[in-house]
Design a protein around this ligand. Sequence first.
Ligand code: ATP
Length: 218
Amino acid sequence: MSRTLLAERITMAYTKDRAVLRDVSIAAQPGRILAVTGASGAGKTTLLWALAGLLRPAEGQVTLDGAPLRDRDQAVTQGIVLIPQHNGLAPTLTASENILVALVSAGMRAADARRLTADALAQVGLANQAEQLVEELSGGQQQRTAIARGLALRGSVLLADEVTSELDAANRQTVLSLLRAEADRGAAVVFATHDPQAAAACDAELHLVDGHATAPVR
Ligand SMILES: Nc1ncnc2c1ncn2[C@@H]1O[C@H](COP(=O)(O)OP(=O)(O)OP(=O)(O)O)[C@@H](O)[C@H]1O
């Protein structure tokens, strides 16, 4: 299912007196990868959380296919998948269990979930680590497990928050190819990144400076 997710002039604030994003608009469209760039603290994660339905804008709105996005529950039901910045994995489960739990709780039959889990781990080069506890994986392997979980969920929208920050060049390239494959299957992909080279490989870029959208500097 293809979906378009828009942020329309959103302002985000954690406290009443300080907006961390101001008047930001973006369009996540099927088949395209949008890079969100900016220095640490510029507001990338906040923007992705708003798009994921985890935070509500103080002003403006997030819409999915033209209707306001209500909350995270609705976002999950509509296939808005977030790969969070610090992976969000359960450390005492195996890599494979982390993905299986997500798929089964999304309503997938166990046999399908097992097959998709194995496929996704193989795609990120972790077939041999499937049964290893997450807490025993390296930082980059944990990051790739979180990516595999995001891919296995086969979302209509994929929000990837700095998912290549702990990866070597070869794995970074693999992950960029996998994000491209997600877009090619019809997903709308939003990729927050510090890496200008990775951003250059995307279809469009939104650059944030102190919570404001500016033209990207290349
Ligand atoms: N839970 C919170 N409560 C209060 N302020 C917050 C909270 N989370 C983030 N902020 C503030 O919001 C601003 C934007 O943070 P955000 O995490 O969105 O930036 P970022 O661009 O993703 O940074 P990084 O690249 O370091 O991950 C920062 O000034 C940060 O201090």
